[in-house]
Design a protein around this ligand. Structure first.
Ligand SMILES: [Zn+2]
Length: 343
């Protein structure tokens, strides 16, 4: 069942230097901390507007202040971010579909939800109205600003831009002139391609599609993705000792050991094959996962691959988390450090 359709817009604050955050031990670029959420629900046209008090970057960047018209005292008097984000999630409701101008806002929302310990699953679906605008109405540039789109459509200017609620309202008005169903159908094309790719893995696959992930590494870092059940006993599989690139070089596969089925007469005694293929969709990542039992041919091939991989010691074909953890980071912000600071 489709949830409410929410058009939303964010204003976010930045530090004076670039920052990275710790995504399950992996450094990712941190786009900014939300200071305002504005939204309109398309079902009942009810608005949502909230100022958040930033914690990671408490000082409002002068460019952000200049652009949004927000003052330091506005954000100082804002709602505590985790509480504010919770309120937004509650207001959207389960299964909400989020719509935004450009792909950035949903990425920033997900990063903030993740950093404040609210997970990365929301929203399950989000669509870029800027892209739909260009696809359906054309124009001389593929990424027109919201103001340009509003002016082109002759929508009257009622409020200043770069206020999250005003921008959400303008985006909803632009959306009113577009075919949303057609736009969503087109935006789902990469997901259909991923599923087709997974179907080529052959018979007996348990396929599952993951959308809206924060990192190209999510497939092997996010517990929601890499905690895989054995198809025979439903126990949790161990991570493969080695990840092998698929023959077409576009995905990964590995043989996982099932601690319960190993050394028994279970069909999963020799392990379970895990396959992954990812694709980037609107600044986020989607993955298809396949779980299956290996046949004799695959097992023989796997033994060869594993032996070769062990020989190439130190030359990992797939970067290991432990190698990258601890370097690259400038100031590192995690929900964990934040909680420790609060103590
Ligand atoms: Zn098992």
């Amino acid at each position: 069942m489709m949830g409410r359709r929410i058009v939303f817009d964010l204003e976010w604050n930045q530090d004076y230097c670039a920052n990275q955050y710790d995504y399950y031990g992996f450094p990712e670029r941190f786009r900014g901390e939300i200071v305002q959420i504005g939204a309109v629900c398309l079902e009942d046209m009810q608005p949502f507007n909230l100022i958040l008090r930033p914690k990671f970057f408490p000082r409002l960047h002068e460019q952000v202040a200049g652009l949004t018209g927000l003052r330091q005292q506005d954000v100082d008097g804002g709602v505590e971010p985790r509480e504010g984000l919770r309120r937004f999630l509650d207001w959207c409701g389960e299964g909400a579909v989020l719509l935004q101008w450009s792909g950035c806002d949903v990425l920033v929302l997900k990063q903030n939800l993740y950093l404040y310990g609210l997970g990365e699953d929301f929203p399950a679906e989000s669509y870029d109205i800027q892209r739909m605008f260009y696809e359906q109405l054309g124009g001389d540039k593929p990424e027109p600003s919201l103001m340009e789109a509003v002016e082109r459509l002759g929508i009257p200017r009622k409020r200043d831009y770069h206020d999250a609620l005003a921008d959400a309202g303008y985006t909803a008005e632009v959306l009113g002139r577009l075919d949303l169903k057609k736009g969503i159908n087109k935006a789902k094309k990469p997901l259909r391609a991923l599923r087709r790719y997974g179907e080529k893995w052959g018979e007996g696959q348990e396929l599952r599609l993951f959308t809206g992930c924060l990192s190209r590494e999510s497939w092997r870092l996010s517990p929601g993705l890499c905690r895989v059940e054995c198809p025979v006993c439903k126990g949790v599989l161990e991570e493969p000792e080695h990840w092998q690139k698929s023959p077409d070089n576009r995905g990964w596969y590995g043989l996982c050991r099932c601690p319960q089925c190993a050394d028994s007469d279970s069909p999963a005694a020799n392990g379970v094959v895990l396959r992954w293929k990812g694709s980037q969709t609107e600044q986020l990542y989607s993955f298809i996962r396949g779980v299956s039992l290996p046949d004799g041919e695959l097992l023989a091939e796997w033994q060869r691959r594993l032996a070769a991989a062990r020989k190439r010691r130190g030359k990992q074909s797939c970067p290991q988390v432990t190698e990258s953890a601890g370097r690259l980071y400038r100031p590192l912000y995690t929900a964990q450090t934040q909680m420790e600071e609060e103590k």
